[in-house]
Design a protein around this ligand. Structure first.
Ligand SMILES: *[C@@H]1O[C@H](CO)[C@@H](O)[C@H](O)[C@H]1NC(C)=O
Ligand SMILES: *[C@@H]1O[C@H](CO)[C@@H](O)[C@H](O)[C@H]1NC(C)=O
Ligand SMILES: *[C@@H]1O[C@H](CO)[C@@H](O)[C@H](O)[C@H]1NC(C)=O
Ligand SMILES: *[C@@H]1O[C@H](CO)[C@@H](O)[C@H](O)[C@H]1NC(C)=O
Ligand SMILES: *[C@@H]1O[C@H](CO)[C@@H](O)[C@H](O)[C@H]1NC(C)=O
Ligand SMILES: *[C@@H]1O[C@H](CO)[C@@H](O)[C@H](O)[C@H]1NC(C)=O
Ligand SMILES: *[C@@H]1O[C@H](CO)[C@@H](O)[C@H](O)[C@H]1NC(C)=O
Length: 593
């Protein structure tokens, strides 16, 4: 290990603490994403993103409660010892991560087992392990109903039990953990994140190599020739792509029959255009598989997707509304604006850009938007979907109302973003502004239902989950995920005001290079459509976080948006390409997916 690592470790608050945190690392990245919708700073001129230390603490607590709950419930469901339950869990986890799991089970297992055997619930266990902490003057946060003796009494008792346990002293240093081949990589990444004060969201697998270049990060998989910067999707073809595919749409070469370039034959005058998504976590399509925490159905199969999910930061862009292209394996089905636009005109193949990020709001989009790549002179026009559907009113602050974007700020942010777009988008582009969602839908449809963690014993409702996250100040939206109806109403009121700002901008502002439209977030129609198909409204919400739209909601929303555009603004979608079948016959799937 590099020497800087040990000094780094000591700078963190005691290495035991660090090590304990590792226990939750299997779940940590997902929790960071689930519970924090606003890692980016609020405001127009965001400094480099950083993670408030309180947030990290909150997520550690959520992670611990989650893992301990799963262990506890596995033991209960299989009528086994806690130790056996931990081994079972480690067995389910893909081999790559198993070594890690066993090390942790070996070290922390005995304490957790001892506490669970004495009927301490996950809240008590995590508080006594100090993975959940009570801030001075703040309430004790808990997910489960408190034990009969009271939560603080139970925690005191648990702490006494742990203190007498000698195992705890047999602690292995953090750096020795880093010597495990499997963990070395993980250590490197944590080190990198801490050193560069990056948000822990970026604590992740593959993308790390490219992280420092924002371009590489946002542009992953976009280019079809990384070595040649003049080759990229969306550009107008170079000499009709006679020799090579300069715009990555899979169409190039010359038809031997008549000597004409295919690109010219099939795509000339076809109104080719790209799709750009400027948005938030709904666009990022965040999803945590509920199988990871439903012990009654848990098996090795439940975790088969774990390594892949981690590599993709738990987003599933391959199934998402805008960039989805694979059949969904996470329920529902795949539909996307990009897919439909490509089906309409196969010359649009691969021309998509996604500039969405968890926490995207009107303010920090001004910063994200800089990563838009469109050359005004060389490229085709684009359809830009501007969809920050909640983060302007959603935050985890105790004083959530005071931290919401005001209509005045909204106006300024959005107009600024549009001016920027006007300076970057090729003439003939289109911008669609999407209104904010009415998040009362979440509480109304979920609050008394059981969360996946609460289904076995009927002891955790979404209402409890929301309160727990709120208490830890990691709620993705304190204003909507709350029992306080007045507050929910006020949040919706602000959301409506902000949507009206967008509507007014679309009505009154004019730009040189694009026309502009507004549409309400199609929640009502989505719910209606789903009801007609025999579905229930709660199925439109991600079961684990109780906040994001589900795969079903995404796919339905796409089709509603498409229909609206088709009927009201057909010019936005361009015409159908009569050569689609020929393109498919010659170039098959056109590659790149
Ligand atoms: C659980 O296992 C214990 C010991 O193996 C046994 O005594 C008990 O009856 C079992 N309980 C259930 C509900 O199967
Ligand atoms: C890069 O791509 C362009 C456009 O296809 C082409 O004209 C040029 O020769 C390529 N450059 C190199 C170094 O391959
Ligand atoms: C958009 O990009 C973000 C950040 O790279 C990613 O997390 C997300 O999954 C992508 N979303 C879509 C719709 O492709
Ligand atoms: C997706 O499913 C449909 C029908 O179920 C099938 O026709 C299609 O080939 C599948 N696509 C992919 C990419 O697997
Ligand atoms: C953009 O194109 C339209 C028509 O296609 C034209 O009227 C307009 O002048 C163009 N705008 C600019 C800034 O070139
Ligand atoms: C919240 O809004 C709903 C719908 O507008 C209304 O029926 C209800 O009375 C309001 N509740 C409070 C507490 O303001
Ligand atoms: C509900 O929220 C409103 C607005 O923040 C606040 O004034 C009120 O005190 C809250 N009510 C309760 C019971 O906490």
């Amino acid at each position: 290990m590099q020497p800087s690592w040990s000094s780094q470790a000591s700078r963190m608050r005691g290495s035991r603490q660090t090590f304990l945190n590792f226990f939750c690392i299997l779940w940590l990245p997902l929790l960071l994403k689930a519970a924090s919708s606003s890692p980016l700073p609020h405001g127009n001129d965001p400094p480099p993103p950083s993670l408030p230390s309180g947030l990290y603490k909150g997520h550690t607590c959520v992670g611990c409660v989650l893992v301990v709950s799963v262990i506890e419930q596995l033991a209960q469901w299989h009528n086994s010892t806690v130790k056996a339950a931990m081994e079972r869990l480690c067995n389910y986890i893909p081999e790559k991560l198993q070594g890690f799991c066993y090390v942790l089970a070996e070290l922390y297992g005995p304490h957790i087992a001892e506490l669970i055997d004495r009927e301490m619930n996950a809240d008590v266990v995590c508080h006594s392990l100090k993975l959940c902490k009570q801030d001075p003057g703040q309430p004790l946060c808990h997910l489960y109903p408190p034990p009969k003796v009271g939560l603080s009494t139970a925690i005191r008792k648990a702490k006494r039990i742990i203190k007498t346990s000698k195992d705890l002293k047999s602690f292995m240093g953090f750096s020795s953990l880093c010597a495990f081949p499997l963990l070395a990589n993980l250590c490197e990444k944590i080190k990198y994140v801490i050193r560069n004060k990056l948000p822990f969201e970026d604590f992740d697998g593959d993308k790390f190599s490219t992280f420092p270049t924002l371009r590489g990060y946002h542009w992953r998989g976009r280019d079809c020739n990384d070595k040649n910067t003049t080759v990229y999707p969306g550009r107008r073809p170079d000499n009709w792509d006679v020799k090579s595919d300069s715009n990555c749409n899979g169409i190039w070469g010359v038809d031997p029959k008549d000597g004409l370039p295919y690109e010219e034959k099939f795509c000339k005058g076809a109104d080719s255009q790209g799709v750009v998504l400027l948005g938030d976590s709904a666009g990022a399509h965040f999803h945590i598989p509920p199988e990871w925490m439903t012990v009654t159905q848990m098996s090795a199969k439940s975790f088969a997707n774990l390594p892949m999910a981690f590599t993709d930061e738990l987003d599933w862009p391959q199934f998402s509304e805008i960039t989805g292209f694979l059949n969904s394996t996470i329920g529902g089905w795949t539909d996307s604006l990009y897919l439909r636009l490509r089906r309409r005109n196969r010359c649009n193949h691969r021309d998509l850009q996604n500039i969405s990020q968890n926490g995207g709001s009107s303010g920090n989009l001004l910063y994200l938007i800089k990563s838009l790549a469109r050359n005004q002179l060389l490229d085709n026009p684009a359809i830009v979907i501007y969809a920050t559907i909640g983060n302007d009113v959603c935050n985890g602050n105790r004083d959530t109302l005071a931290h919401m974007t005001t209509p005045k700020e909204m106006l300024s942010n959005v107009v600024q973003a549009l001016r920027y777009l006007d300076s970057r988008l090729p003439n003939g582009s289109h911008v669609i502004l999407t209104g904010l969602v009415d998040g009362r839908f979440l509480w109304d449809n979920l609050h008394d239902r059981y969360h996946p963690l609460g289904q076995l014993n009927r002891d955790v409702t979404y209402s409890q989950l929301y309160s727990f996250l709120d208490c830890l100040q990691v709620s993705p939206c304190s204003g909507w995920l709350t029992p306080n109806e007045t507050l929910r109403n006020l949040t919706s009121e602000r959301a409506l005001q902000l949507s009206n700002v967008l509507k007014e901008i679309a009505r009154s502002e004019k730009f040189a290079n694009f026309d502009i439209f507004y549409m309400d977030f199609p929640l009502r129609q989505t719910a209606e459509e789903w009801r007609k198909m025999g579905g229930e409204p709660w199925q439109l919400i991600e079961p684990v976080d109780g906040f994001h739209p589900s795969q079903i909601a995404a796919a339905l929303g796409t089709s509603i948006t498409w229909q609206k555009a088709l009927h009201e603004w057909p010019q936005v979608l361009g015409k159908e390409n009569p050569f689609n079948d020929q393109i498919e016959a010659i170039f098959k799937d056109q590659g790149g997916h």
